[in-house]
Write a protein that binds this ligand. Structure first.
Ligand code: C2E
Ligand code: MG
Ligand code: MG
Ligand code: MG
Length: 275
């Protein structure tokens, strides 16, 4: 865009844009060192079944930087993705989650818990993604069934055949896949039958509006019935009220995640919850 404007043309100073640009640079400059400086932290948000027992957790990254403070993932993951640095961060997340699973293996109350790890498109498209995941599983002796990988529909637009092939290989050894933020993308539904996935995560926006919007109620019910026909599990994301929870239970949803049950927690606090 700036090229199109020409070299000698006056560009107007846009303080907001400038702020965003500075922030992006600041973020990237600091982010490069975040793993070495041990500033990355995994929080875990429990996922519950209808009996209110924890069946697993989702690992959600946090970055605690001395200059920038606690930076939420929505602010630094996109920066990391643009700069390819997501491969380093993604690997750290995978290893940290597998190490946690290894610790839970000898903990009777938690040995059956899964950890769901969010995966970026660039990670999934790496030629050696299958090796990267199997190496982590082997290193920490994790049964593949304990690991879930969360991907989004938007990741299935480029390089689809290779992506599905990699997913299928991992699934053969037992790793499971969830389709995150389901309902917000625009992939055709016929796609679902071709994807080696196990779980749909109903996007929080539908859960949020479900009680007040007939349309969103219809979407949630449609997702649940689609999932039942395709034999997929469903997790409802962003459950914040008892009313939403009651509706989801009555509609047959099996798994729940949201602030009503628990926020994402640092590991010490997660372990204080009733399992
Ligand atoms: P996501 O994977 O869809 O994760 C769910 C987000 O919803 C999390 O935000 C979680 O804290 C939030 N959430 C859970 N329950 C509720 C609720 O009841 N109400 C509301 N308002 N929010 C709720 P978070 O932790 O800020 O993460 C945002 C996004 O950043 C994630 O969305 C995911 O796309 C990305 N992300 C997080 N960790 C990682 C990671 O390790 N790797 C990658 N590639 N992306 C990550
Ligand atoms: Mg997720
Ligand atoms: Mg989500
Ligand atoms: Mg999301």
């Amino acid at each position: 865009q700036s090229k199109a404007r020409g070299r000698n043309q006056v560009t107007f100073f846009d303080p907001q844009l400038q702020f965003a640009l500075n922030q992006r640079n600041d973020i990237l400059r600091e982010l490069i060192h975040a793993t070495d400086k041990q500033e990355l932290i995994l929080y875990y948000q429990p996922i519950y079944n209808q009996q209110k027992a924890i069946v697993g957790t989702e690992a959600l990254i946090r970055w605690n930087n001395s200059q920038l403070g606690m930076v939420p993932p929505d602010q630094f993951i996109p920066v990391a993705e643009q700069a390819n640095h997501i491969l380093v961060i993604g690997n750290w997340v995978l290893h940290t989650a597998c190490q946690q699973l290894q610790q839970w293996a000898s903990d009777k109350q938690r040995a059956h818990w899964t950890i769901a790890v969010n995966i970026s498109a660039k990670q999934l498209q790496q030629k050696d993604f299958v090796d990267i995941v199997t190496t982590a599983l082997t290193q920490y002796q994790v049964p593949p069934q304990r690991l879930k990988l969360e991907i989004t529909e938007s990741m299935l637009q480029e390089d689809v055949d290779n992506t599905i092939a990699a997913m299928s290989k991992l699934r053969e050894i037992g790793v499971r896949f969830s389709l995150d933020d389901f309902g917000t993308g625009y992939s055709s539904l016929s796609y679902l039958t071709k994807l080696p996935i196990d779980t749909l995560k109903i996007d929080r926006s539908f859960v949020d509006n479900m009680i007040n919007s007939k349309e969103d109620t219809a979407v949630v019910k449609a997702i649940l019935s689609l999932a039942a026909s395709l034999k997929l599990e469903v997790v409802a994301e962003g459950v914040e009220t008892a009313e939403q929870m009651a509706f989801l239970i009555s509609a047959g949803c099996q798994h729940y995640q949201g602030y009503l049950l628990s926020k994402p927690l640092p590991i010490e606090q997660l372990l204080l919850l009733d399992s």
